[in-house]
Design a protein around this ligand. Sequence first.
Ligand code: 5AD
Ligand code: SF4
Length: 483
Amino acid sequence: MASDNVIEEKKQGQALLTEQKKGNSKKLFIESYGCQMNLNDSEIVASILSNEGFNTTNLLEEADLVLVNTCSIREKAEQTIRKRLQKYNAVKRINPMMKVGVLGCMAERLKEKFLEEEKIVDLVVGPDAYRDLPNLIKEVEDGRDAVNVILSKDETYGDVSPVRLNSNGVSAFVSITRGCDNMCTFCVVPFTRGRERSRDPQSIIKEIHDLVDTNYKEITLLGQNVDSYLWYGGGLKKDFKKASTIAQETAVDFSQLLEMCANQFPKTRFRFSTSNPQDMSLDVLHTMAKHKNICRYIHLPVQSGSTKVLKAMNRQHTREEYIELVDNIREIVPDCALSQDIIAGFCGETEQDHQDTLTLMEYVKYDFGFMFAYSERPGTPAAKKMPDDVPMDVKKRRLTEIIELQQKHGLYRTQQFVGKTVEVLIEGESKKSDKHWKGRNSQNTVAVFEKENYKIGDFVLVKIEDCTSATLIGTAVGYSDNN
Ligand code: 5AD
Ligand code: SF4
């Protein structure tokens, strides 16, 4: 996949009041679980509802409308959300007029069943139906349950300006594609987010313009599969071949979009996520090499180091092809950091397959990783056709081995920065000390250093003196020339 750094067990953010619209009187509490895409969708929802008289609040108890943007990627993610619904239930006893809606992947997966299973829920809205929210809310206000889970061929919300929730004012996410056509056999995303479609580059550039005008310094281009971005005037990626010759000839692919962004905003840092090995072209790597403002970091999920397991997962590459891509990255963008997603204990995974994953990790020495035990998802090809046959204790042991190896490699990577001076964009205060700033270098590694007179949003040169497996510790030695 897919979604950037999915930490679905953790709530990504609670709506903070960013911009009060005058005259707005109703209060919306919105929170997101799962990937960055969900958080960005919540910002789109907040924008759609601000035109309907809703202002966001971070106080659940005072909300007229509570929306929870949900994640289905693993069973545990869904359990977390069901527990959260119980909390809403308790609040509803104090505030009986409060309405509750579920958005996102779980809404799409469960549809009307959600209303039966969770009595607290009034509203069920899938990821492509957020424009219908004003109508659906009216239905609910009139005392009826409301459901819209229709998936779309062309919805990208390209014209909606997201209301930035919980923002640090420095880095923002901009969606460029929606949906996924890859059909990895373990993954529920193609069923919950529909077919892949790309957003008009002009609307992407306009959104970035607005962000840069309000002092944002770093933009992450987001999609389930960004490298497969293809704009040919609208429509599904899979229908590209049916488009007119002129539409095909003037199409914009991901490397061209990246080039447009890097050229038009030379002082802005760009990141992108997620990259799928089979779609990542050498053109993208050459574009990265050409532009200093495209960060040296690629999130390149591998899922498994065994070609046999990759085939069972319907990943469109072998172990050898993945290694060839990594070699190309090392050659064309030598200072590029890499991160992985890996699943331990997929159906049929043997001890030898697991060893193949460990040796692949040893070869790449990833800077970061997001690692999971396989969780069978109802309705996926794996759930339908393949027995979930690796016992839980084996899955857990393999996962621990993978995590331990990743920690070792993380430390190896951070140690390579010690003694070097890196450019860091200041994002906020360090969690551990109010005397220190934290930010990230181009490779996406977090660095902390004394605040001195620097401020949030500055690009600072930091000399790295020490490190842990995930953090660089250093001293600022001046501004970089990017300010
Ligand atoms: N079980 C475990 N992990 C999964 N992922 C996706 N589906 C599953 C599943 N059924 C992981 C993949 C993906 C990341 C976002 O979540 O590693 O890249
Ligand atoms: Fe990612 Fe594969 Fe799922 Fe698509 S189907 S979202 S590529 S894991």
